[in-house]
Design a protein around this ligand. Structure first.
Ligand code: UD1
Length: 416
């Protein structure tokens, strides 16, 4: 089992480039089975979640070829409609394939999906959406079995603007007869990118980025070549790496607009943030200042996927700050690990009170989920002494060569 070993206390300095967003690529991979023509996706990170999603596509009968970091997918000969249980349990986004398979083949079956253990994560909204499209959904022996023989467009109101449910319902509706309307839809940039990708294939989707999405069903989709949006969570993690090490970094090839919720907070926490068209500069000499309140919300609010990293930053910032995690119920597993490093944090239900300490110290800690694991790396970068992080498979799900990237800007981090 691999570990990350970090000798903390080095100010990071230099440039880091961001690659395509994991959550965008996963949705596009799921959408790729909607067409029998070739799908080309550029600038794809070879992270575990993407590789596992590709294994699922191959198990269905798609042919997937990598050319450098471009993926070419041919789904003209799909022969299976069931998502294998072993992969479904590994990766929650396997669920999106149900929408695509339903739309194109009118049937699908899957085990209940896995993913990061950060909360209850039900899939009721996805299934409510399918049912509103006149799909028969049965839940049997840990499996979901869908029959869409009589499926057609419909109206769906989401009780919560779930990203996954919005994307899954969009995918399911693309090739159905009639019009589908999703209200209280998620507005995340990845939903907008999915709309752009689908429309580039010939779909008729509008409204993504607002709370109402409308889909006019089409009979067939064509080929597509597409570059996904940059990963706003990776960009945000890099920015916090610059801040927490009192460093100076230029984060290149990101979309600053997607990061406004974070950069707005960092403005008051570090000495300088400058936003350019595709780059963000951060400099953090002097004291880091606590942000009084950070509440996670659906986009354009503060992303839950940056909560753990922000909490790590707060542990070494001057003053006290409150973090409220509104999206997932049990997304504070990093707190116990940060406490081993000397952090002063009290958690009650969805609220964490973080009192800044002068220094963290190195310790042996465990990554319990993807973003919580990234938070431990950030803490290790600024801690006095050596930090050893185990179970880094969680981090590898979403960060491409994280240790190499950090090393390139001066971090003393090794994978053993
Ligand atoms: C997606 C992202 C994940 C991010 C999350 C919130 C992907 C692959 N993953 O996850 O990185 O942390 O959005 O921004 O894009 N819920 C229900 N019923 C459902 C579906 C969701 O109650 O049927 C609840 C969830 O339990 C959670 C909230 O809605 O409390 C938000 O979840 P959702 O937006 O669906 O997150 P994911 O799509 O799983």
């Amino acid at each position: 089992m691999e570990k990350l070993i970090i000798d903390g206390g080095v100010k990071l300095s230099g440039e880091l480039e961001v690659y395509s967003a994991k959550n965008c690529v996963l949705a596009l991979l799921a959408a790729s089975v909607l067409t029998e023509k070739n799908v080309v996706i550029h600038n794809c990170p070879k992270i575990t979640d993407v590789l596992n999603m590709i294994k699922i596509l191959e198990s269905l009968g798609s042919v997937v070829i990598w050319h450098g970091d471009t993926i070419v997918i041919d789904s003209s000969n799909i022969s299976r409609f069931e998502i294998p249980s072993n992969y479904a349990k590994e990766i929650r986004s396997s669920l999106f394939l149900m929408g695509s398979l339903l739309s194109r083949f009118k049937k699908t079956k899957a085990a209940f999906p896995g993913g990061c253990d950060i909360g209850i994560r039900p899939i009721d909204l996805h299934l409510k959406g399918f049912r509103a499209l006149n799909v028969t959904v049965k839940e049997e022996g840990g499996h979901i079995i869908c029959n869409g023989q009589h499926a057609r467009g419909g109206r769906i109101h989401l009780d919560f603007p779930s990203v996954g449910a919005t994307e899954n319902i969009m995918l399911a509706a693309i090739l159905l007869k009639g019009k589908t309307t999703i209200t209280n839809a998620a507005k995340e940039p990845e939903v907008v990118a999915l709309q752009d990708f689908l429309n580039a294939m010939g779909a008729k989707v509008k409204g993504a980025g607002t709370d109402q999405i409308e889909i006019d069903g089409v009979k067939k989709l064509g080929a597509v070549e597409f570059t996904p949006i940059p990963d706003r969570i990776v960009a945000g993690t890099y920015l916090i790496a610059g801040a927490i090490t009192h460093g100076e970094l230029l984060i290149k090839n990101c979309c600053p607009k997607h990061l406004e919720a974070l950069t707005d907070k960092l403005k008051n926490a570090v000495s300088k943030i400058a936003v350019f068209e595709k780059d963000i500069y951060i400099k953090a000499d002097g004291d880091l200042i606590s942000v009084p309140l950070t509440e996670t919300q659906p986009y354009p609010g503060f992303p839950t996927d940056l909560q753990a990293q922000t909490l790590a930053l707060q542990t070494v910032s001057k003053g006290s700050g409150i973090i409220v995690e509104n999206i997932f119920e049990t997304r504070y597993k990093h707190v116990a690990e940060l406490t081993k490093m000397g952090a002063n944090i009290v958690v009650k239900d969805k609220i964490a009170l973080v009192r800044g300490v002068k220094n963290l110290h190195g310790a042996e800690v465990t990554a319990h989920d993807l973003r919580g694991g990234a938070a431990l790396v950030l803490a290790g970068l600024c801690a006095v002494g050596r930090t050893e992080i185990s179970d880094i498979k969680h981090i590898d799900r979403g960060y491409l060569n994280f240790d190499m990237a950090l090393r390139s800007v001066g971090a003393k981090i090794e994978r053993i």
